[in-house]
Design a protein around this ligand. Sequence first.
Ligand code: TRP
Length: 453
Amino acid sequence: MPEQIGKRDSFASKFGVIAAAAGSAVGLGNIWRFPYITGENGGGAFILIYLFFVVVIGIPAMMAELIIGHRAKRNAIGSFRVLKPNSPWVIVGYMGVLTGFLILAFYSTIAGWTLHYTYLSIIDAFSNKTPEQLSNIFEKFHTSALLPVFWQVIFMIFTAGIVIAGVSKGIERYTKILMPLLFVILIILDLRAVTLPGAKEGLNFLFKPDFSKVTSVTILEALGQAFFSLSLGMGVLITYGSYIEKDNKLINVASEVALFDTLVAIMAGIAIFPAVFAFHFTPNAGPGLVFKTLPAIFQQMPAGYIFAILFFLLLFVAALTSSISLLEVVVAAMTEELKMNRKNATLIGSITITILGIFATLSFGKLSGFLIFKKTIFDLLDFVSSNILLPLGGLFIVLFVGWVMKKDDVLDELSNKRKYGVPYFGTYMFLVRYVVPVAIAFIFLYSVGIIAK
Ligand code: TRP
């Protein structure tokens, strides 16, 4: 068993565990990326493939992270050090912490935009504007130097403010409020969208499987989306798993979180596409869909003022609970590995991330000409973390559980020390040893361009 360290914070309730982990998973990836790529990849057909990957690959990989963290009771770096001392596996932990740092830097850029748009919707800035004017508002805002940085800093202050308060008194306390709030807002937006005249076309677009649009790219796209959406590959669930003390079944945590994450993604599609079609916009506007198309829709729709506020608040809440998890990976590593107190770790972590993040934000405007490997700072951070570091981290994490940990120890974790039976344990080991690593290797080779797109 691992050596003991000082008393660690932990989640106080089962619901808190689910709220925190689901809060991490549900984010910008669900609310704008999922609907958009679903639309481009054959709607219902893409959703079916996505569901298959969530079950066969996502859930086993989530369980692998939880197993590592729960067994070691340590941060992402310390967990590998404790479970396999004096081995290079600790590098996987370092890589995870670095990835968290990089993701939060660019994630906070978009999160800042959601705050600005919440503000704009509250002051009713969209009313009586043409779609062109709204598009110009977005262009001008996100390329300017001061305002997006201002909102990014505000967003990071919210994130740090919650993380600094600790695991049960900060993360758990706030996600327990924010996640139900998010769900209620989403239900209201769904009800609004499906009752719009012309909603049906949008629902058809989303759910009618069109297998003619499915290609090998679609399949890899679905796998990549599953990884990002479930927050896999950098130790969020290693870190959160280490805070699970109550008699939680790790299998249930993984499957409930995966189910909820998928439900939210589909519900976000239901909130967006019926409205897009009802007001005759195009569904494939990409990143601008949320910030240009939706304001145009809201200001034409009855009571759109309220729905605009609710929508951007939803985006903000989703981004916040994901950012908390990213910062926690960094903070947990700094407190335990460098023996810092939580306050200093949170301040130093969030300030350095914000500084890097400001460069990401400015790379849409002032620094847009500053290119590294032909990419802006924002695109480079996104590419390196999402397409290289996450799949690589995910690969090593499942290999660690499949091949390095003792099978008995893995079973101990899944059965809560043999208190419960684990009916498909053999299947699980087969998945983490062979199926999941091979699948991840494929997305990896694809996303770095070694397999042709
Ligand atoms: N899953 C979140 C989303 O869909 C983003 C996120 C948070 C994430 N933590 C992560 C992605 C860790 C990868 C790894 O927006």
